[in-house]
Design a protein around this ligand. Structure first.
Ligand SMILES: [Zn+2]
Length: 303
């Protein structure tokens, strides 16, 4: 586990792959706060991360989730059962209380693999939900967070400022500890990936002052402006790529193959291969990005 200031990075070791999904623990006088809690399937790794700081799940007073995708918020209901308050974007809150629709659409995507991938997703009792709007300040045992409404990856997305760190969920892209120069991938899932909103969110983050940036996939980095510049460049690259590929009206399968190849080439050019490449693929699978791009193109561009 890495620690910067009072922030501990817990590797949830998703599907046995290191550096794919993080949860961030910030201890306080009466327990601790989690920023992100991962899916239900990685609870054991999360518990042992807490244990290494002499904490139990019942000590977690609050969980701040960036958005309600299963790899970020899947275990929130379980933590609510242990007594935690769950902080979530106002658009996502209803799905945490009544996850049936969210789980139905996830089941359509993941089929038989649903359980193995994500484990159990329990509802959060309404009285334990803290509904967030842009710029809301959250005070927990002397810790101060500010929520920044940052759509683009999903409509229901918050980044969180804490001291001189910004937790960026998925709007800050996917960046692993990898050999060679830093490599960044833009996860573009359905149904809400939106280039324009994403760019606005990055401008918004760039206007804030912080020294560390912590994407959920994965870890704390000390070059936030460079990082945000890489996200912007990544969005430009995706746009150029779409404008090249999409007018040819590729099948879903062809699109998936094309994006997988393109992402792999980008990664290898940055010196990423082997297990590191696998971590990127687990955190941001090509097929999912292909679906998101297709949906975005059909809805917003192909008119
Ligand atoms: Zn996501």
């Amino acid at each position: 586990m890495n620690q910067i200031h009072n922030v501990h990075t817990i590797d949830l070791n998703f599907l046995g792959i290191p550096n794919a999904i993080a949860a961030y623990l910030i201890p306080h006088a009466h327990g601790g706060v989690l920023v992100e809690c991962g899916p239900g399937s990685t609870l054991e790794a999360l518990k042992s991360g807490l244990d290494s700081q002499a904490l139990t799940p019942k000590d977690i007073t609050d969980v701040l989730v960036s958005h309600i995708h299963l790899d970020h918020a899947g275990a929130a209901g379980w933590f609510a059962r242990q007594g935690a308050r769950i902080h979530v974007h106002h658009v996502g809150a209803a799905h945490m209380v009544n996850p049936e629709k969210l789980l139905r659409s996830a089941s359509r995507i993941y089929g038989d693999e649903m359980d193995e991938l994500w484990g159990e997703f329990l509802p959060v009792p309404e009285e334990q939900i803290s509904i967030l709007h842009d710029n809301d300040e959250i005070e927990i045992e002397g810790l101060a967070f500010r929520a920044l409404d940052t759509p683009g990856h999903a409509y229901h997305h918050m980044a969180y400022l804490f001291e001189d760190m910004c937790f960026t969920g998925d709007v800050g892209g996917v960046r692993m500890y990898s050999p060679g120069p830093a490599h960044l991938r833009i996860p573009t899932p359905p149904p809400e990936f939106h280039l324009g909103k994403w760019r606005e969110s990055i401008n918004r983050l760039a206007a804030e002052k912080f020294s560390f940036i912590a994407p959920t996939h994965f870890g704390v980095f000390s070059d936030p402006q460079r990082h945000l510049g890489a996200v912007k460049a990544g969005l430009d690259e995706i746009e150029a790529w779409m404008e090249n590929i999409m007018p040819g009206n590729p099948t879903v399968k062809a699109l998936e193959g094309a994006i997988a190849k393109w992402e792999e080439e980008r990664a290898r050019a940055d010196g990423v291969d082997g297990e590191a490449l696998e971590s990127y693929e687990k955190a941001s699978p090509a097929w999912m990005s292909a679906e998101g791009i297709r949906r975005y193109w059909t809805k917003h561009r192909d008119v």
